[in-house]
Design a protein around this ligand. Structure first.
Ligand code: BES
Ligand code: MN
Ligand code: MN
Length: 462
């Protein structure tokens, strides 16, 4: 497909400018003050799908943010690829750490992206990666090379748990029928070494509240005589890991799928440099569960992390006070076979059981989802690998990721199809962090690689 290369070269500036326009709309799903922007973004995605050549596009209302559905059915007897992506983005804060405003995209060069990267919230996660699929469709339609049917389902609530998408998928099984699901919402090892994500972790996200006295108290008059909810919460949280950094919740590891030594040896073959890893994060050393290396700790092992903790006085100066309440948000990343609802229950039971007398504890479950693993011998995986091999000159390496896209496990359950995770981001692209960016190289390589996936998938399906 030499043509795709020249098409990308010829239309490169327009592809970049169109993405920049999309990135200007602050579609932050977590913050209700951006609600109109989220809705405006769904409109923009709809128009882009129409322009790219879908013959039917609609905005589907849900109890939450709309889902953009589009399709081009060329022959019902041919295979169908379902593309999933999300047009919502994470909140941009802390704003002051951005070197340019998060919703005013600019192209800047970096060490890893010498040809430039687009800096904006959502550049990589997931507007840029989702838009590669729109442009790949444009190419296939323009060049008359679309070899099969295609459906698009782009949602606006991924960053807040995809509640409406579950609702939508359960109600639209026939409409969403497909032979393979294709997603670009993950990463790859480096711009020289592509990889295909073969696993995602599950997630259980909870919020805890510890209540002591019925009001904030003078820390001199009452200090030492009543339980301080912040002290207690800190102690309770600390007790959730033992000295080997194993999680202490009874039953937590019961269903964890252990990898064989052979599988772990296979994983260790993926290029990884611990010194560079530490340097990139300004760390003296890494930290984690005993008995596992970094790439295992963040992919095949479950974790428990506090995401935020608050209570009492945090303003300027000092205020002598014992707070009435303390709070924390806690996420548990899960591995295949761990059931997120069961883990949420185990956490809740345990957390309440370790509360000392003198405080009351509440646990509020937020959202969650199951983990996912996919085999490397499926037609979809092989087609993706052939596509990467052609555009990068080297085969892709299968890699299990630590991130979560809970909807992937639900797709398998409801739609009975496998998902291929063709990600083009890099870990250094700072998704969810200040200064998120997406390499121009990665964006264009994605557009170049995707049509090859279609081609090989159809060929291998015959
Ligand atoms: N695209 C990410 C997930 C991801 C990134 C997976 C990189 C693998 C590699 C997605 O948008 C995301 O942020 N997911 C959330 C979970 C969701 C339920 C809020 C996550 O992983 O924290
Ligand atoms: Mn994402
Ligand atoms: Mn995300």
């Amino acid at each position: 497909m030499e043509n795709i290369k020249s098409y990308v070269l010829q239309h490169k500036d327009r592809f970049i400018n169109e993405l920049i326009e999309l990135l200007k709309i602050p579609s932050v799903s977590a913050d209700a003050s951006y609600a109109q922007d989220v809705i405006d973004t769904s409109e923009a995605v709809k128009i882009s799908l129409e322009k790219a050549g879908c013959d039917f596009v609609e905005i589907c209302d849900t109890p939450g943010y709309p889902i953009v559905y589009g399709e081009k059915i060329i022959d019902p007897t041919l295979p169908t690829v379902l593309v999933y992506g999300h047009y919502d983005v994470q909140p941009a804060d802390p704003m002051e750490l951005w070197t340019s405003p998060p919703f005013e995209p600019v192209i800047k060069k970096t060490d890893i992206h010498p040809e430039g990267a687009i800096f904006a919230r959502g550049a990589c996660d997931d507007k840029g990666q989702m838009y590669m699929h729109v442009k790949a469709l444009e190419y296939m339609v323009q060049s008359n090379t679309l070899p099969c049917n295609v459906k698009f389902m782009i949602e606006g609530e991924e960053e807040v748990g995809s509640k409406s998408l579950s609702w939508f998928v359960e109600r639209n099984q026939e409409k969403l029928k497909n032979d393979v699901i294709l997603i670009s919402d993950t990463g790859m090892i480096s711009n020289q070494q592509p990889s295909i994500t073969t696993g995602l972790r599950g997630l259980s996200y909870v919020e805890v509240e510890v209540t002591g006295p019925n009001r904030d108290l003078h820390s001199g008059l009452y200090g030492g005589a009543v339980a301080n909810p912040i002290n207690v919460l800190a102690k309770m949280i600390a007790s959730l890991h033992d000295e080997d950094n194993h999680i202490t919740i009874p039953g937590f590891y019961d269903n964890v799928q252990e990898l064989s030594l052979e599988e772990r040896a296979e994983m260790a073959k993926a290029p990884f440099n611990l010194e560079n890893y530490k340097k990139a994060l300004d760390l003296y050393d890494v930290y984690g569960e005993k008995g596992y290396v970094t790439n295992e700790r963040n992919a095949i092992r479950p974790t428990l992390d506090v995401n935020g903790i608050w209570g009492g006085y945090t303003g300027e100066g000092a205020k002598t006070v014992i707070a009435s309440k303390a709070f924390a948000k806690i996420s548990m990343r899960l591995v295949p076979n761990q059931d997120w609802e069961q883990i949420t229950e185990l956490f809740t039971k345990h957390f309440i059981s370790i509360a000392p007398a003198g405080v009351a504890v509440k646990v509020k479950p937020h959202h969650g989802g199951q983990g996912y693993v996919t085999p490397t011998d499926s037609i979809g995986y092989k087609a993706a690998n052939m596509a990467y091999t052609e555009t990068f000159g080297v085969p892709a390496i299968p890699v299990r990721s630590g991130g979560s896209i809970p909807i992937v496990a639900l797709f398998e359950k409801e739609l009975k199809s496998k998902t291929i995770l063709m990600g083009f981001g890099l870990d250094s692209d700072a998704i969810h962090s200040p200064n998120e960016h997406f390499g121009i190289f990665n964006y264009l390589k994605g557009i170049e690689t995707i049509p090859l996936f279609y081609k090989y998938f159809v060929e291998l399906s015959k």
